[in-house]
Design a protein around this ligand. Structure first.
Ligand SMILES: NC(=O)c1ccc[n+]([C@@H]2O[C@H](COP(=O)([O-])OP(=O)(O)OC[C@H]3O[C@@H](n4cnc5c(N)ncnc54)[C@H](O)[C@@H]3O)[C@@H](O)[C@H]2O)c1
Length: 309
C-alpha cells in the first residue's frame, strides 16, 4: 500500500485530498500546524481513521520523525491569501519558502520516493497569452505568487543536486466543500453571502475571467501523478474560462435569488483574465476534469458542510 503524507492536510485542498486518497486504498497521514485548518475537515479526516500529526513543516525534527516509511509527500502547506501577502510579504516568504525548503530537505533525508508540490497559477502573473501553458513566462505579481515560485526553485535545486523525484502541479482556482473563513476563494465567498440572502461582492467590473476546478478533480490529478510518478510540471484546471459576473449569475440562478451583485474597487494582485491550457496533463497523465461548474456549484449550495457558512 502506498503511504502518502499530506502537509497542510487539514486545509481545504489537503483534507479533501486525504479523504479522496483514503477512499481509494492509500495509506494517508496528515501533517498540519492546524493554524488555518478547516475545522470540519479535520473532524471528517479523523472520523475516517486518518492520523493527524499536529506540527509545523519548518519543525525539522517533528517532520522527519513523521516521514518514516512514507513513499510520497504531497506538499500543500502554505499561506494562500494574495491580499494578505501584500501586507505581510516576509511572513509569506518565511512560511511558504522556508516551509517548502524544510519539507523537501526532510523528504530527501528520509528517502521519500516522490514529492508532489502544489504550486499555483499565481506563478505566471498577468498572462502574456491565453490559454496559459506550462511554458508561459513566470512573472508573479504578488508576494504569494513569488513565494510559490521560489518553492518550485527549491524542488528543482534538490532534484539536480540530490536526485529528488518530484512533480509540480500549478493549480488554478479551486472550489469545493471546506474552504475556510477569510482565506476562501471567490466561489465560497459568494456562496457564503448568497446563503444568507446577501448579494455577492465583485471586485472590479466582473469581466475578469478565471478557470475554476472542483476540488475532487484536483485530487484525481494528484492521484494520477502519484500513480505514474511523472517528474514534470503540469497545469491543473478545467481549461474553461468564465467571468466573475457569469459566476455570480449562475450562483444566484441556482439559489433562485433575484438580487444583483455589489461592485467594489479592484484589488491589487488580481489579474484580468485567466484560463489554462491543460493539454499536457490530459496527454501525459490521462487527466479529465469530471465536474462541470454548474453541477459543482449545485453540489456546494446543497452541502451544509462549508466552514464559511
Ligand atoms: N485553493 C486554491 O484555489 C489553490 C489554488 C492554487 C494553489 N493552491 C495551493 O494549494 C495548497 C493548499 O491550499 P488551500 O486552499 O487548501 O489552503 P488552506 O489555507 O485551506 O490550507 C493550507 C493548510 O496548510 C496549513 N499550514 C500552513 N502553513 C503551515 C506550516 N508551516 N506547517 C504546517 N501546516 C501549515 C494550514 O494550517 C492549512 O490547514 C497551497 O499550497 C496553495 O498554494 C491552492
Amino acid at each position: 500500500m502506498v503511504r502518502v503524507l499530506v502537509t497542510g492536510g487539514a486545509g481545504f485542498i489537503g483534507h479533501n485530498l486525504a479523504l479522496y486518497l483514503a477512499d481509494r486504498g492509500y495509506d494517508v497521514v496528515v501533517y498540519d500546524s492546524l493554524e488555518r485548518a478547516s475545522k470540519l475537515g479535520v473532524i471528517k479526516v479523523r472520523k475516517k481513521g486518518i492520523p493527524v500529526i499536529v506540527g509545523d513543516v519548518r519543525d525539522e525534527g517533528k517532520l522527519k520523525s513523521s516521514l518514516r516509511d512514507v513513499d510520497v509527500v504531497v506538499h500543500a502547506a502554505a499561506y494562500v491569501d494574495v491580499e494578505e501577502s501584500f501586507r505581510k510579504p516576509l511572513m509569506y516568504f518565511n512560511n511558504n519558502v522556508l516551509g517548502t525548503f524544510s519539507t523537501v530537505k526532510c523528504s530527501v533525508e528520509s528517502n521519500v520516493g516522490f514529492v508532489v508540490y502544489l504550486s499555483s497559477a499565481a506563478v505566471y502573473g498577468e498572462p502574456k497569452y491565453l490559454p496559459i501553458d506550462e511554458k508561459h513566462p513566470l512573472e508573479p505579481i504578488s508576494p504569494y505568487g513569488l513565494s510559490k515560485l521560489m518553492g518550485e526553485y527549491v524542488l528543482n535545486f534538490y532534484s539536480r543536486v540530490y536526485g529528488l523525484k518530484y512533480a509540480i502541479l500549478r493549480i488554478f482556482n479551486v472550489y469545493g466543500p471546506g474552504q475556510t473563513g477569510s482565506y476562501a476563494g471567490v466561489v465560497s465567498k459568494f456562496i457564503k453571502r448568497v446563503k444568507k440572502g446577501l448579494p455577492p461582492i465583485i471586485y472590479g467590473d466582473g469581466f475578469q475571467t478565471r478557470d475554476f476546478i472542483y476540488v475532487d478533480d484536483v485530487s484525481e490529478a494528484i492521484r494520477l501523478v502519484i500513480e505514474k510518478r511523472v517528474c514534470d510540471v503540469f497545469n491543473v484546471a478545467s481549461g474553461k474560462e468564465i467571468s466573475i459576473n457569469r459566476l455570480a449569475e449562475i450562483i444566484l440562478k441556482i439559489s433562485r435569488l433575484e438580487i444583483k451583485p455589489i461592485y467594489e474597487a479592484a484589488r491589487p494582485g488580481d489579474i484580468g483574465h485567466s484560463v489554462a491550457d491543460i493539454s499536457k496533463i490530459v496527454k501525459v497523465l490521462g487527466f479529465k476534469p469530471k465536474v462541470c461548474l454548474e453541477s459543482g456549484l449545485r453540489k456546494l449550495l446543497n452541502i451544509t458542510y462549508l466552514d464559511t457558512v
